[in-house]
Design a protein around this ligand. Structure first.
Ligand SMILES: [Zn+2]
Length: 176
C-alpha cells in the first residue's frame, strides 16, 4: 500500500492536454490538516483523478475520493470509524477573479502557478465531505455509558466490602 504513485505536484501546463489520470492511495501523513480532524492516524484515503479540457477549454478535474478514517463520536468522545466518499468535479482557475466567472454549477480550484498540489486538493475535498458531527449508532453509545455506570456501582460495593467482611470475621472470632 504505497502512495509513491501519487506525486506531490502535478504540472498543470501538461496534465489537462495530456488527459492524465492519477490514482492510488494517499497516506494520512500527507494530509496534515485533515488528520487534525481525526481521532487517530489509522485509515486510508484512495483517489482517482482524471484531468481533461472541456469543449470551452476549461481545465477539468474529475474523479472520486474514498476514505476510511476514525473521527471522534460527539456523544461518548470515543473513536468512531466512518467512510467518506466524494465525487470531484472542479475547474482549475488561476485566480479568484476567474473563479467568479465560472457558472454556479462549477466549483473552482484556484492554483496560481503551474504546480498543482494534489494532496492539498484532496485534503480540502475530504474536509468538505466530512460530517461536522458524527455519532456511534445509538446502541453502541448507550452500551458504553451503561458499562461506565455499572463499573461505578461495582466500585461502591467493593469499597464497602472489606469492612463488612472484617466486621463479620471479628464477630465470628469473638463468639468463639
Ligand atoms: Zn459514541
Amino acid at each position: 500500500m504505497s502512495d509513491s504513485s501519487i506525486p506531490a505536484y502535478a504540472d498543470s501546463r501538461k496534465i489537462f492536454q495530456q488527459e492524465e489520470n492519477i490514482s492510488g492511495i494517499l497516506d494520512l501523513g500527507r494530509l496534515p490538516r485533515f488528520r487534525k480532524t481525526l481521532a487517530n492516524d489509522q485509515g486510508s484515503v484512495s483517489l482517482e483523478l482524471k484531468f481533461s479540457l472541456s469543449d470551452e477549454k476549461k481545465r477539468l478535474i474529475e474523479g472520486r475520493l474514498q476514505a476510511q478514517v476514525n473521527v471522534f463520536c460527539q456523544r461518548c468522545l470515543k473513536p468512531l470509524a466512518i467512510e467518506l466518499a466524494d465525487d470531484i468535479k472542479l475547474v482549475l482557475v488561476q485566480d479568484e477573479e476567474a473563479a467568479q466567472r465560472l457558472g454556479a454549477d462549477m466549483d473552482p480550484w484556484i492554483c496560481e502557478d503551474y504546480k498543482l498540489d494534489l494532496a492539498e486538493l484532496v485534503e480540502e475535498q475530504l474536509i468538505l465531505c466530512t460530517p461536522i458531527v458524527s455519532y456511534h449508532d445509538s446502541g453502541d453509545c448507550i452500551h458504553q455509558q451503561h458499562y461506565v455506570a455499572g463499573e461505578d456501582a461495582t466500585e461502591n460495593v467493593t469499597n464497602d466490602n472489606p469492612f463488612s467482611v472484617l466486621r463479620s470475621l471479628k464477630e465470628s472470632d469473638s463468639s468463639d
